[in-house]
Design a binder for this molecule. Structure first.
Ligand code: 5AD
Ligand code: SF4
Length: 435
């Protein structure tokens, strides 16, 4: 009899890739993937806790499985990742959802097989949350689900302790993988036909293997074959001229950079413990544009950080206007227990934050739309990633990260395709294949 697994993933690219590692473990155990919890013998929730709504989302979906579990007692429900790794959260989860069989932390993912086998031997829930990060586990064999893109971890954890952020508490201190192992992994992915490699780390610029990050990137860019190379996330304080020079030198490295600024106000940046000023951020952007004028820059922005005044918020709008981001993720500050900012006085009222986020989103959307309009009539190279059933069109991204849709009778997933852009709708483009 076939056994099936279903994984529900929340949060960032790091989690998406970790779900591929979970899939690798389950498929080694003989489980096959299925698309709904109803059909599954094991359901794994890979959770996120970066903002309160990410947590609530997971809680809601775990709650919805109560009935299913009551009807199918032999089904296993596992909850892992960042949510249970928070202080006291595993116990809370267990109390709130006693029918959850396995609760595991971010440092226990590679032990999932043992945890499942243990659960099959005992009635009691299995809870394993390690506080210490320990050695990097190189044994995981991810079952990749995002062809032609492949995610490659270069480091784990974060040492920055931005005052609003829970990540350093749930992901532990920075640990870098050996450069030789990373290079070998990319080489074999390219040989297997992957066309886009994205190097992942909470702060890739503080990679500390035997090579610096720019040198590692350079070695990877020298690997033969046609593929695109991306990396995320870069912290502005560590973003260097050396890295800009490597990006400019190798055509495989996409002219696209995710450089979260968070705020345009120096007072707020200081309170956030970001270790740069708005002026220094703009200088780095200018240095990048001087060397790579066509480089697309994307960012993350937070409104409503404790103490943010109208003036501070205006400075964020002003910075966004100056940089003209190609797109941006915008967030309302969310108080995370255990972080420094959670204890700050003068938390901003929800109504004020809501009004600010709407204004910011309007500005970002108008910039994104204006940039998309400049594409009309141009021919761009798209790496075809998927087929959109609803629209009946293939889709993919150009090197700058813009999504493009096009019609084709042939399945072109995994191929580079030139399309002439005919329409721009917000962040995405539509066009036709050209010779
Ligand atoms: N509230 C709102 N946004 C947050 N981020 C991180 N922590 C919080 C928080 N407590 C945002 C930052 C970060 C992105 C991944 O999530 O902008 O860059
Ligand atoms: Fe969080 Fe700051 Fe680390 Fe990014 S750099 S993960 S925002 S603490």
């Amino acid at each position: 009899m076939n056994k099936f697994y279903h994984i529900v993933t929340y949060g960032c690219q790091m989690n998406v890739h970790e779900s591929e590692k979970i899939a690798g473990i389950l498929s080694d155990m003989g489980y096959e993937s299925c698309d709904s919890p109803e059909k599954a013998d094991i359901v794994v929730f890979n959770t996120c806790c970066i903002r309160e709504n990410a947590e609530n989302h997971a809680f809601g979906n775990i709650g919805m499985l109560k009935k299913l579990k009551a009807a199918r007692k032999d089904m296993i429900i596992a909850v892992g990742g960042c949510l249970p790794q928070q202080m006291n959260k595993a116990e809370n989860l267990h109390e709130k959802f006693p029918y959850v069989d396995i609760i595991f932390g971010t440092h226990n993912l590679h032990r999932l097989k043992e945890l499942i086998l243990k659960k099959q031997r005992q009635k009691k829930a299995v809870i394993e949350i390690d506080d210490s990060e320990g050695e990097i586990c190189e044994e995981d064999k991810p079952l990749r689900t995002s062809y032609p893109n492949a995610w490659v971890n270069i480091m784990y954890g974060c040492n920055n302790f931005c005052s609003y952020c829970i990540v350093p508490y749930v992901r532990g201190r920075e640990r870098s993988r050996d450069s030789a192992k990373i290079i070998e992994e990319v080489r074999s992915l390219v040989a297997d036909g992957y066309k886009e490699i994205t190097l992942l780390g909470q702060n890739v610029n503080s990679y500390k293997g035997d090579l610096s990050f720019p040198r590692l990137l350079e070695e990877i860019a020298k690997i033969d074959g046609k593929f695109r190379l991306r990396f995320m996330t870069s912290h502005p304080k560590d973003f260097s001229q050396e890295l800009i020079d490597v990006m400019a030198k190798y055509p495989k490295i996409c002219h696209c950079l995710h450089l979260p600024v968070q705020s345009g106000s120096d007072a707020i940046l200081k309170a956030m413990n970001r270790k740069y000023t708005a002026g220094q951020y703009l200088e780095k952007v200018a240095a990048l544009k001087a060397k790579i004028p066509d480089c697309a820059i994307t960012t993350d922005l937070i409104v409503g950080f404790p103490g943010e005044t109208d003036e501070d918020f205006k400075a964020t709008l002003e910075l966004a206007r100056k940089v003209n981001f190609s797109s941006a993720f915008t967030f309302v500050y969310s108080k995370r227990e255990g972080t420094v900012a959670a204890k700050m006085e003068n938390q901003v009222h929800e109504e004020v934050s809501k009004a600010r986020i709407m204004q910011l989103v309007d500005l970002i959307n108008s910039q994104t739309r204006a940039l998309s309009q400049t594409y009309i009539g141009k021919t761009i190279e798209i790496l075809c990633e998927d087929y959109d059933e609803k629209r009946g069109l293939y889709l993919g991204r150009d090197e700058y990260g813009r999504m493009g849709y096009f019609a084709s009778d042939e399945n072109l997933v995994g191929q580079f395709v030139n399309i002439k852009v005919e329409q721009a709708n917000g962040v995405s483009l539509t066009g036709s294949i050209v010779g």
